[in-house]
Design a binder for this molecule. Sequence first.
Ligand code: ZN
Length: 611
Amino acid sequence: MNPTRYAIVPKHPAAHLFEVTLTLADPDPAGQRFTLPTWIPGSYMVREFARNIVTLSAFNEAGRTVKIEKTDKQTWQAAPVKGGTLILRYEVYAWDMSVRAAHLDDTVGFFNGTSVFLLPAGREQAACVVDIQKPAGAAYADWRVATALPEARGTKRYGFGEYRAQDYDELVDHPVTLGRFELATFKAHGVPHDIVIAGRTVRVDIDRLAADLKRICEAQIALFEPRTKKAPVERYVFMTQAVSDGYGGLEHRASTALICNRSDLPVQGRPEMSEGYRTYLGLCSHEYFHTWNVKRIKPAAFAPYDLSRENYTSLLWLFEGFTSYYDDLMLVRSGAISEADYYALLGKTVGGVLRCSGRLKQSVAESSFDAWVKYYRQDENSPNAIVSYYQKGSLVALAFDLAIRARTEHRKSLDDVMRLLWQRYGRQFYNGKMAGVGEDEVEALIAEATGVELGPLFSDAVHGTRDLPLEALFEPFAIALEPQPGNGKNGQGAADAKRDGKPSLGARVRGGAECVLAAVHDGSAAQKAGLSAGDVLIAVDGLRVTGSNLDTLLSRYLPGAAVEVHAFRRDELRVVRVKLDGPEVTRYKLIAVEAKRGAPARRARERWLQG
Ligand code: ZN
């Protein structure tokens, strides 16, 4: 089979249009069909990328038009071409500054293959060649290309020209950044890793970033391959788009596309660890961990992906939740953050899960299965209806890790489970052994890796809605879990909030000039008083309220006090009496109790946090 040839050029940066030319030397003689994916792996939502194809036409070698028509929302059918090449030319509108689709203007271009490369039906396994072309004009003379796609012969690294992929799955698993960007390279256990930062930045301390990422990457490589320290890739690219306000990442087999606040990036001459930088490192750590967990160790439902429709699995708690557990754990194990910082991050996750009553209605297995229509399509009722397979999934990982450690006298851990998953499913995934983890297989795999039968802890954690017994599981580690009440919104510390006992409405408020209720928690003061998401609060006891002064206004009352609230629902004014709730618990504090259990508990904590 001849390779599928693509050429992509940022044709009209001002109009945000890429032009793609697809050339097939041996099209289906009965008439070639083409499809575009409807979702991008890692982001479990149908996004209908084909809606961004603006114009499309087909030709034969002689330049004669070949008839082509759409047969459904993502499929095109070309008429038969007698003895020869079929050429498709189409424009893709790219104006989505996210990691999931494509973006183009005169400062930067970015695309995922799932947004721009039509798949000729029946050619999933065919090799692909992509000619990435420079936009015309002197303004683009210094643009470069960043991608983990291997260069074809004759193309220089970071240069425009031909790149290749073994098959379509590989082609669309390598996002591409075009433009001007900062670049640094480091080696992790001998393997080159690029850091690419696009967007307007000032004095980014890219050397510090490289040093921190090197430690984090090496810790992860050593976790999966403690003996050989062999990385799962030959080269890796961290590509980041820095913006004023954004956060997100998407994992790929040898790279990740990230978006972050430019204020999260480290600045030269400022060595302190800001919360933003810690968050950014956590994001990098998360996506890098996916190189093993979900890009190679996969649920059977993703082996292979079906990009034409939803792919259901109840295991995202394992692939996203366990990854969320290890992302921060790898920060502390690699020394990038302190143990105190790690405890604070865990305490925040515990608070995040316990704050929403959706956890009492949906299990992490159900949340995984319904990700397509619930987690990825959240609305004002989501806190009351769903649980995050990220947040609770990471606590499930924590619970299993602590239980395995305690029950094996700290000889085994969740690390052994990850290694077994890696050996059985991940290591050979792209070497012809494409098999994935069965939906009901995980409990037995944990027992096989560690000798521990988790039993009811497993079924309650994964399929149940009861809160995890974290206090009991922390006991052998002499760690206490303490609720930290506080509204958190106005920057007041948790300890102050507890002392003050600041009351709350039990609702999430969108900040700004208007005080809009974003979500109203089940059973809360706001709900009992008849307030709903979308209501705009006007006044509390006759004083004007805004999105930024609500906490201050409420802090003058005691929990249980009744206040009069004026609010608009649509254009209708309503006046209600709200009996204020007590302080909302937004985070928990983990405290290592030194006196208790002494040295064994301290050693247990060290083995857990130092790996
Ligand atoms: Zn993830």
